[in-house]
Design a protein around this ligand. Structure first.
Ligand code: PHE
Length: 450
């Protein structure tokens, strides 16, 4: 729709930084540790690893491949690759998912930003979980504070998105990712050098197979979608900014490993310390805001590490939100013809509206429960358990059964330049047969049918 040259990522490092920035997020720091805690520790990590390899990664390679081929937004990509067919609806569902994820994600990010300030001020510095619970409740039960933190988050990422793909997303993530790894390592060393840390390591790395159950497997599969930002058009959109000489399977594999490393390191930052001070590991999503401050308050120089930890979480959330916001912005820009800044402003306004229902779901809207859930929980449930798996399923069917092997081989070998035949064959087999079956299982579980 617009004739100016399409913006894209400019360097190989930039591609990795942006894509890794999308994958790494609150999923690693808020969801992963709490799910590890409540699903039996090491055995969950093992199952998550297998589901990431068999489902998350193949869908990621597929999406990047399609986006890079079409050089368009999520809807435009499927319109181009399957003209006059309804496949574009998969892209449309992706744009919808991006909105719904952003609605609750920006709120959690808002709490994380607020916690940076609170940990600097020392108001979270208590070893008593009752005190940290009260601090958290006071934040989320205050409608004005909840809304304002969400707006601050929206304005920050909106500003970066308006700067563009290379000058905004790529430049920001390239700076932030090394800082993120640096902070994470510092916090890990602190946790590991506490007396009694060994028990936490055993919980993370010594699987107890009696904890394995169907629900553990299915929760792990759902998490692998959310973690790798797949099933909703993010990786299609980012793929469209990839360079043509980029090795897609290799890049996606590195991003998957980098993301896994961050999840494990987040576990190492939290569990040894939790065990050292006698905290319950299976605390659920409140782990980040209630248990973690109390853990840090228990250790020498704890305030410094608490501040670092919440800065780390803010950085992680920012890279992920940039990729979420880019999905509707690219769509409005390329398909509807709005200028980039207009597309961003329209999206931010819509997000502030939809997001407010999530932001207020612990205060004024706490008693409104469509489908028995608050708006916040509903958006999380509907995306992780239904929309992302559905999106991923259709992407696999499209690539495996409509697109076909010859086109996949051409695209993933960069027209024969890369000698990665066996990788492509293995990938195609998984995408055509294994991943769709596994995804159907997640879906049925998500809908509580099995
Ligand atoms: N992968 C991000 C995280 O783990 C979340 C995300 C999901 C980002 C879907 C983009 C798309 O926090």
């Amino acid at each position: 729709m617009n004739n100016t040259k399409r913006d894209s990522f400019t360097t190989g490092i930039g591609v990795i930084a942006a894509t890794l920035g999308s994958a790494i997020g609150l999923g690693n720091i808020w969801k992963f540790p709490s799910l590890v805690g409540s699903n039996g520790g090491a055995v969950f990590i093992l199952v998550y690893l297998v589901s990431t390899l068999l489902v998350g990664l193949p869908v990621m390679v597929s999406e990047i491949m399609l986006g890079r081929k079409a050089k368009a937004d999520a809807i435009g990509t499927l319109k181009k690759l399957a003209p006059n067919k309804p496949w574009w609806l998969v892209g449309a569902a992706g744009v919808l998912s991006a909105f719904l994820i952003m609605a609750f994600y920006t709120e959690v990010a808002g709490w994380v930003f607020a916690y940076v300030i609170k940990s600097v001020s020392g108001s979270l510095l208590s070893t008593d979980p009752q005190v940290t619970t009260a601090a958290f409740s006071q934040l989320i039960a205050d409608p004005m504070q909840s809304l304002i933190w969400q707006w601050i988050v929206l304005l920050l990422i909106g500003f970066i998105i308006i700067l563009g793909v290379s000058k905004g997303i790529e430049a920001t993530t390239k700076r932030l990712m090394p800082i993120l790894f640096g902070i994470l390592l510092v916090v890990c060393v602190r946790s590991l050098t506490l007396p009694g840390a060994g028990e936490g390591l055993a919980f993370l790395f010594n699987p107890d197979f009696s904890k394995l159950s169907a629900s553990v497997i299915l929760v792990a599969l759902g998490l692998s979608f959310f973690k790798l930002s797949v099933g909703m058009g993010t990786m299609i959109t980012y793929g469209s900014y990839f360079r043509d000489d980029q090795d897609v399977p290799f890049t996606a594999g590195r991003v998957m490993l980098g993301d896994l490393l961050v999840s494990i390191l987040a576990g190492i930052a939290i569990f040894p310390a939790a065990f050292a001070f006698g905290f319950e590991p299976s605390a659920g999503p409140s782990l980040l805001f209630i248990t973690i401050p109390a853990i840090f308050a228990s250790m020498p120089f704890g305030q410094v590490f608490m501040v670092l930890f919440f800065i780390l979480a803010s950085i992680a959330a920012t890279g992920a939100m940039l990729s979420l916001l880019e999905v509707p912005v690219a769509y409005l820009n390329e398909q509807i013809g709005l200028k980039r800044w207009q597309a961003t402003v329209v999206t931010l306004i819509l997000l502030a509206l939809i997001g407010s229902t999530a932001a207020l779901s612990s205060s004024v809207l706490a008693n409104i429960k469509p489908f028995g859930m608050t708006f916040f929980d509903l958006y999380d449930f509907a995306t992780s358990n239904i929309l992302l798996p559905l999106g991923g399923l259709f992407i696999c069917i499209f690539v495996g059964w409509v697109f076909g092997f010859n086109k996949v081989e051409e695209l993933l070998s960069n027209s024969g330049t890369l000698k990665n035949g066996p990788v492509i064959k293995a990938f195609f087999f998984v995408v055509k047969f294994i991943a769709p079956i596994l995804i159907v299982l997640i879906l049925l579980n998500g809908l509580k049918i099995i």
